[in-house]
Design a protein around this ligand. Structure first.
Ligand code: MG
Length: 215
């Protein structure tokens, strides 16, 4: 089992669509960022990457990449789900909390869960969303932006687990002579993560030092 946590913040900007959890929500302004600025999905992506002990979202989807301008974060989430599975894990459960004094989240919660579950290829029951307000306090309370936090629980994928040596409850028992040789379990590499979309040398140099949060 692995657990990861992610946090993201985006400011509001007029003239932008308000996209949260893959759903466009009617509101007078949207979140600003290089992509669609879906703060919920960005937090979830970082939780998933962290659970795999991989680098953060900025390393995989640098805000300097022009191909990512305005991209739906659902596309990024699909790529990260594939990356998680490439590393031998399955997604067990995800949960998010959104801090927003506006817009109201609850009317869109079901659609958001469905959209993110579809992108992750998991059941909608495997992802939860809750929302809270900040009671007028701080930048969230002033309706200047939104904060989202996510956790993701991963487990070794079934095919990887079945390939792992079975630990006997009886240390004296020996494997049957006819038992096939068990391949080594899939383990995560300690080598640097392989980006989903290979960044340029310039991007790599930049993302290797700092994380720029505005995706
Ligand atoms: Mg972000």
């Amino acid at each position: 089992m692995r657990i990861g946590i992610g946090l993201d913040v985006h400011p509001f900007k007029r003239g932008r669509a308000c996209v949260l959890g893959g759903v466009t929500i009617p509101y007078e302004k949207g979140l600003d960022g290089h992509s669609d600025a879906d703060v919920c999905i960005h937090a979830l992506i970082d939780a998933l990457l962290s659970a795999c002990r991989l680098d953060d979202i900025g390393a995989y989807f640098p805000p300097t990449d022009p191909s990512l301008t305005g991209i739906s974060s659902l596309v990024l989430l699909e790529k990260v789900a594939a990356l998680v599975r490439t590393h031998g894990f399955e997604i067990v459960d995800c949960d998010l909390v959104i801090a927003a004094d506006a817009p109201r989240i609850s009317p869109h919660r079901s659609a958001m869960r469905a959209a993110m579950a579809a992108a992750l290829s998991i059941d909608v029951e495997q992802i939860g969303i809750k929302a809270t307000t900040c009671e007028g306090l701080g930048f969230v309370g002033r309706r200047e932006g939104i904060v989202a936090q996510a956790v993701a629980l991963l487990d070794k994928a079934a095919e990887a687990a079945s390939a792992a040596p079975v630990l006997s409850t009886c240390p004296t028992s020996a494997p049957a002579a006819s038992a096939p040789e068990t391949p080594a379990p899939a383990v995560m590499s300690s080598a640097p993560a392989q980006p989903v979309e290979t960044p340029t040398a310039q991007d790599s140099a930049r993302t290797s030092t700092t994380h720029t949060p505005a995706h």
